[in-house]
Design a protein around this ligand. Structure first.
Ligand code: NAP
Length: 341
């Protein structure tokens, strides 16, 4: 039945002879694989939410779809999928990710036969902006230093710097970077931002290209990374780029671990050139128990928590994208394989 139904959909979709009833019947038997490496219980939670939001579709764990039906699946919903599982679905037209970062799939499929849609969720932007504010204030108000003073029972007031005198630079002004930068500007910080293309954003001084990066970093007290991980951004923050920062600057990485050259970061922290690093993302997650990061007094380790996907809002967005596709045939905006994000 499912083979026939998925096949029927291709046959009748967009044909004038296809009645609403036929279309509804056909859609009601369309199977969408959910492909993920999340735990069994997390996968079941997602499946339950997604099937509730789209009762007209059949969203199943990839492993529950028989091999002979897989080639008829047009759409897959994924969350950190194993690429080999994805490649078992040879007829996919597009893939909807439940996560904002899709560098794993882009690396695995250099020239994919499907389009890739990442999660763009305004709620995620707000969550990230909140995390950026929280950890910027943590550094701005010297919380790591006060924590260390408490450990040795030291009563000492450090010099206060006002937000207006603190310059924060954003690497990446996309869906998450721009809202986070605007939020800090509203809090009174002096905010700068660097992106691939030139941008005009009210209240933010913007930069692009390598000379712009150097000029921006030279002014930053705190630099916040919200770039995607691409061949161009891998190890972008290395010894040379760190040396452009003024002595005593701090770094927040909420994007991907691979953007920072680990040894160079440690060397710049140990030498005193950098004051502190807040790291939420790592090349290997969970962070290995023998990583030097855990014990380093100038590093704050976070377990990838700055902007978790909100299942309710993500589900609404994915549902709207899929329903729109079945209504109009339009695939939502996709990531650019050429740009790498
Ligand atoms: P996005 O909308 O694609 O924005 C990426 C930004 O980076 C854009 O401003 C882009 O410039 C800029 N950019 C990309 N490559 C560049 C380069 N080579 N040089 C200069 N600028 C470059 O991405 P997003 O949704 O804001 O997400 C950013 C990253 O956050 C994701 O890729 C993911 O890794 C991470 N993330 C982390 C968490 C967490 O919990 N830690 C949660 C969600 C996402 P243009 O604007 O000119 O294109």
């Amino acid at each position: 039945m499912k083979i026939l139904s998925n096949f029927c959909f291709f046959q009748c979709y967009n044909r004038p002879t296809c009645t609403q009833r036929t279309l509804e019947f056909v859609i009601s038997h369309i199977t969408i694989p959910f492909i993920s490496q999340l735990s069994e219980s997390e996968q079941q939670e997602w499946l339950s939410k997604l099937n509730k939001a789209m009762p007209e579709l059949n969203i199943l764990l990839a492993s529950d779809i028989p091999q002979h039906q897989r080639e008829f699946c047009q759409i897959a919903i994924v969350a950190d999928p194993d690429p080999t599982q994805v490649s078992k679905f040879k007829g996919l037209k597009w893939i909807q990710s439940l996560w904002a970062g899709v560098e794993g799939l882009m690396k695995a499929f250099k020239e994919p036969s499907f389009s890739l849609v990442r999660l763009i969720d305004p709620h995620l932007g707000k969550t990230m902006a909140e995390a950026v504010l929280a950890w910027t204030l943590y550094l701005h108000r010297d919380m790591p230093a006060y924590r260390q003073q408490q450990a040795i029972k030291q009563w000492r007031q450090l010099e206060y710097t006002s937000a207006e005198d603190r310059t924060i630079g954003f690497l990446g002004l996309g869906a998450l970077g721009q809202i986070s930068a605007e939020n800090l500007a509203q809090q009174g910080f002096n905010v700068l931002g660097w992106s691939q293309k030139e941008k005009v954003i009210k209240g933010i001084e913007t930069y692009c290209d390598e000379s712009g990066l150097k000029a921006m970093l030279a002014k930053c007290d705190i630099v916040i990374c919200l770039l995607p991980l691409t061949p161009n951004t891998r190890h972008l923050l290395n010894a040379e780029r760190f040396s452009y920062l003024p002595k005593g600057a701090s770094v927040i990485n909420f994007a991907r671990g691979g953007i920072i050259q680990n040894e160079d970061l440690i060397e710049k922290l140990n030498s005193g050139h950098l004051k502190h690093a807040v790291l939420d993302v790592f090349e290997q997650e969970p962070l290995s128990s023998n990583s030097v990061y855990w014990q380093h007094d100038k590093i704050t380790v976070l377990p990838h928590i700055s902007a978790p996907t909100n299942p309710d809002t993500a589900c609404e967005i994915v549902t709207a994208n899929i329903q729109e596709y079945f209504k109009s045939g339009l695939i939502p905006p996709t990531v650019s394989m050429a740009k790498g994000y």
